[in-house]
Design a protein around this ligand. Structure first.
Ligand SMILES: [Zn+2]
Length: 239
């Protein structure tokens, strides 16, 4: 049994109670449920604390193991809770909220640049996406900055819809990222919609998002770099 991912249904949960289901050979903590997002799709894993009766440990990051279960990686040299113990997880919320702002911003960037996506990542000051853009079609930095800020201030709601693997297979055009396949195989895929019925952006995504776009705050396109023959890296930062 892998951990139930509580953040999938509510990305605003900051705490949860859980039971320790295992400690892996590197000292990583496995739980029956979690609010911690594990590193995937260019979004860093969550940090925070895990406490139990008589103990506490800082969680340095969160990753997936080979079996696709969530591993809470403790700070080095920490005492660990016993298997079966009841624990309380608390997110480093400012860190997660900033990641949610950057991740939601990356959806707006993706929606504003109509070319294939080959990669992406988010960091502390914003994020970047790599696109395959033919010569002569490269967006203007100032225009793209204005488009993104307009989408932010229009405060489009973000909502979800679960579809079956079969519906996903019949709608392959929704997949924007050539290098990252949506997580199929569990029977359902979560579609993320920005704007009414996804009119701003619609794509399968397992990340954590804001409830609406205004909380991203003002942004600017910092750089459009050549990363290959047609590969262009567009970096957007918070202002
Ligand atoms: Zn997303």
């Amino acid at each position: 049994m892998t951990a139930v991912l509580l953040f999938r249904d509510d990305a605003c949960l900051r705490h949860c109670e859980a039971t320790v289901t295992g400690i892996n050979d590197k000292g990583g903590i496995l739980l029956d449920r979690t609010v911690f997002y594990a590193t995937a799709g260019g979004q860093p894993g969550d940090k925070g604390t895990l406490t139990w009766d008589g103990g506490a440990v800082a969680i340095a990051t969160t990753v997936y193991d080979g079996a696709k279960d969530v591993v809470h990686v403790p700070a080095e040299g920490s005492a660990l809770p016993g298997i079966g113990s009841q624990v309380r997880l608390a997110l480093d919320w400012p860190n997660r909220h900033r990641n949610m702002r950057a991740h939601t911003l990356m959806h707006l960037l993706c929606a504003s640049v109509p070319f294939p996506v080959t990669g992406g990542a988010i960091g502390e000051d914003g994020g970047r996406i790599d696109f395959d853009i033919p010569e002569g079609r490269i967006p203007d930095k100032a225009e793209l900055t204005a488009t993104l800020n307009r989408l932010v201030t229009e405060d489009h709601p973000v909502s979800f819809r679960w579809i079956t693997d079969e519906e996903m297979a019949a709608n392959q055009h929704l997949i924007r990222t050539m290098s990252v396949k949506p997580p199929v195989g569990t029977g359902s895929v979560r579609l993320v919609m920005i704007g009414e019925d996804g009119k701003v952006d619609l794509q399968p995504c397992g990340g954590t998002h804001l409830a609406s776009t205004a909380a991203i705050g003002p942004v600017a396109v910092a750089k459009i770099e050549n990363k290959g023959k047609i590969n262009r890296r567009i970096r957007v930062v918070f202002q």
